[in-house]
Design a protein. Structure first.
Length: 95
């Protein structure tokens, strides 16, 4: 197995040492930025979910308003059915 050589650094040895010493400071700085971004994205995500939920509830309410009167109309409608049970003819004499 052949070992891959790293390219030479563009930084001076002094600059590399300085960066290595301050690595924790840089790390904290970027961790705070990452956390801020994460909180912001989470807030935006929560807001988007709330908007979608509100939109869904509006749609359901509109649908109910449109369909409930129709349903009530069918439920409240009385239907009268006349059924002929028997037919008979009777002759009556004229007097």
């Amino acid at each position: 197995m052949k070992k891959i050589e790293e390219p030479p650094s563009l930084l001076s040895p002094e600059k590399e040492e300085e960066i290595f010493k301050n690595l924790k400071k840089y790390s904290k700085k970027y961790d705070v930025q990452d956390q801020d971004i994460s909180v912001l994205l989470n807030e935006q995500d929560c807001e988007k979910r709330k908007e979608l939920k509100d939109e869904w509830e509006r749609w359901v309410n509109e649908w109910k308003q449109y369909h409930d009167p129709e349903k009530m109309e069918y439920e409240a409608e009385d239907i009268e059915v006349e059924e002929l049970l028997d037919v008979s003819e009777e002759v009556i004499k004229d007097v």
